[in-house]
Design a protein around this ligand. Structure first.
Ligand code: ZN
Length: 350
């Protein structure tokens, strides 16, 4: 006897499924999280689409803001990168508390410093069986390898035991061209699900000659160099049947910098705490101001860097960790306070 189909199934259920699949990416995909050390968002405007074609492509095809924020108290490198990977502020009882900006001292790590375990986006991804990787261009990023290795990483209590080493693959190389070559060859063969890339060029040029936003300065040439590297990265993504159309880029910076002082440590300076936040990939609303699609959860801070106690927060570099996880359809980082509701949206993603 033939099966009888309930007409309700056809009327409601199948169209509902179709709608659901139409609005979601095909699968969880992969995330490449990029920090452009010392990148001032206004430098992209100065270079224009001809001088910075990749950044302008990311703007055209993605959702972004040139008015994101660093941590409230610190505008230096390692504390802010730790905000990104932990989605916490720096200071206070809820902060990650890492204020040092040098290579970690012998025996030091995030957890020992805070006197309690500091979980990261790498923990959540790895504990859920996702492959993770870090490509960094300053030796101080060994902090994350040291904090999340097989002895210091937390036990994996989520489903299957994926081990305590939360970052499967770590490459540290000051030569960012060589670093990109490593990343591209790994992406072509065995891409991680969650990749973090750090590019130091702008910061190094800024410290040497100042954050001078005029054509041909070392700072602007460094940004052009980074633009070229990111162009290679996108070409690599698009050349890969595995990655094409199924990979998100989330890009921000740890701080900006000043023309006169050749530094960025003064956290009350607008040029230091203003940073970019770019997103690109499936479901990301093209050519869109990120604040315009996040009105219920975030507010453009104008010229300020509001305290964490203010109810409507700016988009911060600290949003990145939990955003990357939500794109991978993973829960937030334990103990995180920034984007812990994972309510930052990019349009139809996450
Ligand atoms: Zn920096």
């Amino acid at each position: 006897m033939p099966m009888k189909t309930n007409p309700l199934t056809i009327t409601y259920f199948i169209p509902l499924l179709a709608t659901l699949f139409a609005t979601l990416p095909a699968e969880a995909g992969r995330v490449i999280f990029i920090s452009v050390d010392g990148m001032r968002p206004d430098a992209v405007d100065v270079l224009g689409p001809e001088g910075a074609p990749t950044f302008h492509r990311l703007r055209r095809e993605g959702a972004f803001t040139s008015n994101a924020r660093t941590d409230k108290v610190y505008t230096i490198t390692l504390p802010n990168h730790t905000c990104m990977v932990t989605s916490r502020g720096v200071v206070g009882s809820e902060g990650h508390n890492w204020i040092s900006n040098g290579d970690p001292k012998l025996g030091q790590n995030l957890h020992r410093n805070r006197k309690s375990y500091v979980a990261s986006m790498f923990d959540v991804a790895h504990d859920n069986g996702f492959a993770t990787a870090l490509y960094a261009s300053k030796s101080k990023f060994s902090l994350y390898d040291l904090s999340f290795d097989a002895s210091m990483g937390a036990e994996d209590k989520t489903d299957e035991d994926n081990g305590r080493d939360k970052i499967d693959h770590v490459v540290i190389n000051e030569d960012t061209s060589a670093l990109m070559t490593s990343l591209l060859s790994d992406l072509a063969v065995k891409p991680a699900d969650l990749t973090m890339l750090h590019l130091r060029n702008c910061d190094s040029a800024g410290h040497a000659e100042g954050w001078i936003l005029a054509t041909g300065t070392p700072y602007m040439e460094a940004l052009r160099k980074v633009d070229g590297l990111l162009g290679q990265l996108i070409a690599g993504i698009e050349a890969s049947p595995t990655l094409k159309g199924d990979t998100w880029i989330v890009l921000t910076a740890d701080h900006g910098g000043l023309t006169a002082t050749k530094g960025h440590g003064e956290s009350k300076e607008h040029e230091n705490f203003s940073i970019p936040f770019y997103t690109w990939g499936p479901g990301v609303k093209a050519g869109t101001d990120l604040y315009s699609i996040n009105t219920s959860a975030r507010e453009d801070p104008g010229k300020e860097n509001p305290a964490y106690t203010q109810s409507y927060q700016p988009i911060r570099n600290g949003d990145a960790g939990n955003l990357c996880l939500s794109l991978l359809r993973l829960p937030p980082i334990p103990g995180s306070t920034i984007n812990s509701a994972q309510d930052l949206t990019l349009g139809d993603a996450p």
